[in-house]
Design a protein around this ligand. Sequence first.
Ligand code: TRP
Length: 447
Amino acid sequence: MENGRGQWASSFGFVLAAAGSAVGLGNLWKFPYIAGANGGGAFVITYLLILLFLGVTVMIAEITLGRHTQLNAYGAYKKLQAKWAWVGAMGVLTGFLIMSYYSVVGGWVIKYLVDMTTGALAVNDPAALGAFFGGFIGASVSPLIYMLVFMAICFVIVIGGISGGIEKANKVLMPLLFLFIIIVAIRSMTLPGAAEGIKWLFAPDFSKFTGAGFLAAMGQVFFSLSLGMGCMITYGSYLDKETNIAKSGWTIPLLDTFVAFMAGLAIIPAVFAFGFEPGQGAGLVFVTLPAVFSQMPAGQLFGIIFFLLVLFAAITSAISLCEVVVAWLVDQKQMDRVKATALTVLGIIIFAIPTSLSLGAWSDIHLLPGKGFFDTFDFLTSNILLPLGGLLLCIFVGWVWGTDKADEEITNGGKLQWSYAPVWNFLIKYIAPVAIAVIFVVGLMPK
Ligand code: TRP
């Protein structure tokens, strides 16, 4: 067990852990589907542009704020400008709310890994698999048990601390994840008929690209890079003063994008090769893919590898979300790590119960019009809290704390060359806040 709040053992360990946070369910089931639904290549180009100009900018800002203050999201804002502490508090709350449904979906992944292994998913018929999926997530007890298993895994990793728990887990899980996704992508792309899928995914079709696609791309960048709620502030706070923040700020989005592309190449060509429709979000991974694996030569093996890699991606993201809350309890409430982790995990479980039940027994209870717990938490976090958090972060770093001080931190007190500084300063002060605000407002307008 580490003393105090802990620290990464190396810059490489930090980059891996931050990439672990970024690479998650967002890459594996959301990206392939949203890309395809919004004109394929046209979406991909837009996504890359937003990632380059906004994603990297906000990423560097969050890491810098964390490294400078050496504090959790709430503490970081409070230390620099007490009036802004509520923005950090909002981030901690957002982490908690995201986990209330991320933990439920994490449980589904474990269930599918188990059933893939026992052969229970070797069913050729998507309609039967759809009924199976709907029946499982709508049940009252068994999804909760799988959610508990998922949270138990997170608990065991997070109590180990920063270098002894989170960094260690990422050093094992991330290389395996990279290896596994490359294996599945190669399998998928070498199937007869795979070319159709690759074309669907990457050939730019701007006729299908709309303003809504632009919004989807922006939201996807934020969610996928774990930005807008202080996750990267928290991870950055465990860095020493020697690390090159600017370099890390580029490497993390690069790794995240690599996995998003590989996910697209692992899933879509196989779906096309067996004559299925790319379908929708959750259905793609939990309904269509099992059907694909049941027809593929050695499909069970590739299915196990696939759900294992999805599980690894979900775990390395979930522990980063837990850590946002744990760090707040450790820094601000002087709690020891074990107690803080236990309290965080317990709190998440309590919120995850109604979230899971809202897909079955409690589907009549609506928090927002037409939305149960699951959809409400998803909507509130992705569409309101994350963009708002990102917008406020840009204003805070660009105008309140100031780019001079941020630049000083990024260059390690002038020791490092940073030729990108003038561009970054301009982006964080002007372009990013305006762009995010526009998207935020348009995104909330009734369709
Ligand atoms: N980025 C992860 C994914 O793609 C999810 C995630 C982890 C996240 N930490 C976050 C999303 C912080 C938003 C904010 O699945």
